[in-house]
Design a binder for this molecule. Structure first.
Ligand code: PGA
Length: 256
């Protein structure tokens, strides 16, 4: 049985007002209802979380956070804890986004967050990706180590609950044509599956969802999903345009 497709909206520190957040979210919810075979997760900033969560009684779109503090409520200035997120209905949490890693989050920090999310019976969407590619293909061993270290000492039974989002940093925030081609992404999917196979065994490989992220748009989404054989997409800028995001959901609904 093939896995259902997963499309994730990462709003980052957007939009400016809660009125705009409501408009975008309503558009996304409408598309998600229309193409219900696709799983959609919307990750607003912590500030818009409650506004967005109140828009749906029975969620057609799951609520995701862009990060979490890996502890309980208390003296953690500037943080949103996992129990606070749970309280407003968050079910998915992005961990280790490259923009957070560049701010200093280490692989160990990412692993701690990943385990906190799993312990709270939520779904971690763990991002990995190299900063740049080199001719000698050293980026492949970088990806290998980043993936293994960010998973920490995860138990095999928990691995199937993790969503891996491969986002090459050089493709994030670029143009449509700078996104990875589907055929190149397929090579990366195979590479990631081989790492999982070698470290955890063949039986879990097909259970782990692998997403692509980095300048996804309605123009390239079909190629990446179809020829990249990914289970879904992690989308930044285009998730703020609910019409375009809706088109991407529609495209995902047609991919086998
Ligand atoms: P982008 O961002 O779609 O705007 O390139 C993707 C991401 O950083 O998750």
């Amino acid at each position: 049985m093939s896995k259902s497709k997963l499309i994730v909206a990462n709003w980052k520190a957007n939009p400016l007002t809660s009125t705009e957040a409501k408009t975008i979210a309503k558009g996304i919810i409408k598309s998600a209802k229309k193409y219900s075979s696709v799983d959609v997760v919307m990750c607003p900033s912590a500030l818009h979380m409650e506004t967005v969560s109140k828009l749906q009684k029975t969620p057609a779109v799951a609520l995701g956070a862009q990060n979490t503090y890996p502890g309980t409520v208390g003296s953690h200035t500037g943080e949103a804890t996992i129990d606070m997120l749970k309280q407003v209905g968050v079910t998915h949490v992005i961990v280790g986004h490259s923009e957070r890693r560049l701010m200093g989050e280490t692989e160990q920090d990412v692993a701690v967050r990943l385990h906190t999310v799993l312990k709270n019976k939520m779904t971690p969407i763990m991002c990995i990706g190299e900063l740049e590619r080199d001719k000698e293909a050293r980026y492949l061993s970088f990806i290998h180590d980043q993936l293994i270290h960010s998973l920490g000492h995860i138990e095999k039974k928990d691995l199937a609950k993790v969503v891996i989002a491969y986002e090459p940093v050089w493709a994030i925030g670029a143009s449509d044509s700078d996104a990875m081609k589907g055929s190149d992404m397929y090579e990366m999917v195979i590479f990631i599956q081989r790492i999982i196979n070698d470290a955890y065994g063949a039986d879990v490989v097909k259970k782990v969802k692998i997403l692509y992220g980095g300048s996804v748009s309605p123009i390239n989404a079909g190629d990446i999903m179809e020829n990249g054989h990914v289970d879904g997409l992690l989308i930044g800028r285009q998730s703020l345009h609910s019409e375009n995001f809706g088109k991407i959901i529609e495209i995902a609904s047609k991919v086998q």
